[in-house]
Design a protein around this ligand. Structure first.
Ligand code: PRP
Ligand code: HPA
Ligand code: MG
Length: 179
């Protein structure tokens, strides 16, 4: 797996340090609020699991499964909800947790869907932001790191379902996906 990686962007240690900061900030901002953390699978599985352990508040967790990329290296623009929330969002403070914001299509769609369910608030937390990929603007409330305009894998993020279990975030070699 590692030989398909062009370079490591964020090591395990860097990820851990940044997650500590995000967790502290979220803990401060959601004091006394009914927080529902919504992990967007599959990509944010690992980030969400690590992040909630840095949030020192009572909270609920739920997951949605959406897919826009399938096995492709660029977004199809069509977002499909494959699994919805198991609880009502009404009156709750929703924190959507994503692994990466690229075109912004997935989150724009999801935010609209969740906003329509009368929550108290909807905010977005993403580990990675790739501003160069943006097709629709989207407000990000909590962001781990910005990434360059490259294909990113690791720490939950895949290419054709592989590389999710790399403990770091890296750039995939172009030759792996451009043939
Ligand atoms: O900003 P966008 O261009 O919409 O891209 C971001 C989305 O694409 C990826 O999901 P993918 O559809 O690959 O599903 P996965 O999480 O199961 O890998 C990623 O996890 C985000 O959800
Ligand atoms: O850079 C990326 N890598 C993997 N999946 C993605 N989904 C959106 N952008 C990316
Ligand atoms: Mg994917």
């Amino acid at each position: 797996m590692k030989r398909d990686i062009e370079k490591i962007l964020f090591s395990e240690e860097q990820l851990e340090a940044r997650l500590n900061e995000l967790g502290q900030q979220i803990t401060k901002d959601y004091q006394g609020k009914e927080l529902l953390v919504i992990g967007i699978l599959k990509g944010s599985n690992i980030f969400t699991s690590d992040l909630v352990r840095k949030i020192n508040l009572p909270l609920n967790m739920d997951f949605m499964v959406v897919s826009s990329y399938g096995n492709a290296a660029s977004s199809s623009g069509v977002v499909r909800i494959l699994k919805d929330l198991e609880q009502s969002a009404e009156g709750k403070h929703l924190l959507i947790v994503e692994d990466i914001v690229d075109s912004g299509l997935t989150l724009n769609y999801l935010k609209d869907v969740l906003q329509s369910r009368k929550p108290a608030s909807v905010k977005i937390c993403t580990l990675l932001d790739k501003p160069a990929g943006r097709k629709q603007s989207i407000q990000i409330d909590y962001c781990g790191f910005e990434v360059p305009d490259e294909f990113i894998v690791g720490y939950g993020i895949d290419y054709a379902e592989k590389y999710r279990n790399l403990p770091f975030v890296g750039v995939l070699k172009r030759e792996v996906y451009s043939h």
